[in-house]
Each structure stands twice: as C-alpha cells, then as structure tokens.
Design a protein around this ligand. Structure first.
Ligand code: OFO
Length: 171
C-alpha cells in the first residue's frame, strides 16, 4: 500500500480511539448531571467508535501494513449543558466525515481500489453518525432546551439499543 495512505489510516485509528474517549467524557458528564439516558447513549456511541478504530486496525493487519496503536487524548468532562454536548458531538462527527473523505481522496490518488472499497463502509457510516446528532438537535430546537423538554430528550436518547458489531456479511 501507498505509505502516505497507511500513515493517514494510522492517524485515523487515533482519531477513532479519541472519538471513543470524547464520548466517554460526555457520558461521564451526563451521569454526574443526572442525564441517565444521555449517558447510556454516549456509552453506546463510545462502543461504536472503538469498533470503528478496530476495523481500521484489522484492515491494516489484513494488508500486512504497519499498525500504530496510539495513546489517546484526555477527553473533556466539563460542559455547560446537554445542548452543548450534542452540538459538540455533531461538530465532531462533521470533522470525522471530512477526515474519512480525505482518506477516500488519498486512496484515489494512490490508485488503490481495495482501500477505496473498504472506506465506503465509513462513508455510509458517517452519514448515519451526523444524522443521529442532527436529529436530536432539531428536536431540541423545536422543544426549547430547558425543563421538561430536556428530560424528554434524555429519555429518548436512553432508548438507544446496545451496539452489536455487524457480522462480516453485514459490513
Ligand atoms: Fe467513528 O464515527 Fe464518530 O467519530
């Protein structure tokens, strides 16, 4: 594989593990503030991020390329409001989408159809990731981010099903 692309994928492995910890930080804040549903949602989101990271790790392994397991950045655990963490999560997902699109561009430039095909899973996944947070933010806009409405959103976030890794056939 093209070395620039391998390095960029290793950087993305770090970005995905960082994402795991960013959501753990948000879950810790939510637990402390009494938003149990949000905490559950963010713990599940963190599980998904770990899966995203590991999927890249396994891909580089299959391609017999260098794998770097990174140290992760310490996440933020202090926030002002539920709205703030949801806005930050949405912004973060938009940032990750740009990163994934950049990997697609690098794989095109490297003339690497195998990696390009592998990355299409992440391209689709990012549509879902952005949509999840955008939808909750839309609801907050409708209801107003205070009082009973916050509890309703928290309850709804708590209904998220636990993350189950897709089987190879589903990926
Ligand atoms: Fe891995 O998609 Fe979110 O960050």
């Amino acid at each position: 594989m093209d070395k620039k692309l391998v390095n960029a994928i290793n950087d993305q492995i770090k970005a995905e593990f960082d994402s795991e910890y960013i959501y753990l930080g948000m879950a810790a804040w939510a637990l402390k503030e009494g938003y149990e549903g949000t905490a559950k949602f963010m713990f599940i989101q963190a599980d998904e991020e770990r899966f995203h990271a590991m999927k890249f790790v396994k891909f580089l392994g299959e391609m017999d390329e260098k794998i770097v397991i990174p140290a992760v950045d310490k996440p933020e655990t202090k926030f002002e409001s539920l709205q703030e963490i949801l806005e930050k999560a949405y912004e973060h997902e938009k940032y990750v989408t740009k990163r994934i699109h950049n990997l697609v561009k690098l794989s095109d430039e490297a003339g690497d159809p195998a990696t390009n095909d592998f990355l299409s899973w992440y391209v689709a996944e990012q549509i879902e990731e952005e949509n999840n947070f955008r939808n909750v933010l839309k609801k907050l806009k409708i209801t107003g981010a205070k009082g009973h409405a916050l509890l309703m959103i928290d309850q709804q976030l708590g209904q998220r099903a636990p993350f189950t890794p897709p089987t190879d056939a589903e990926e």
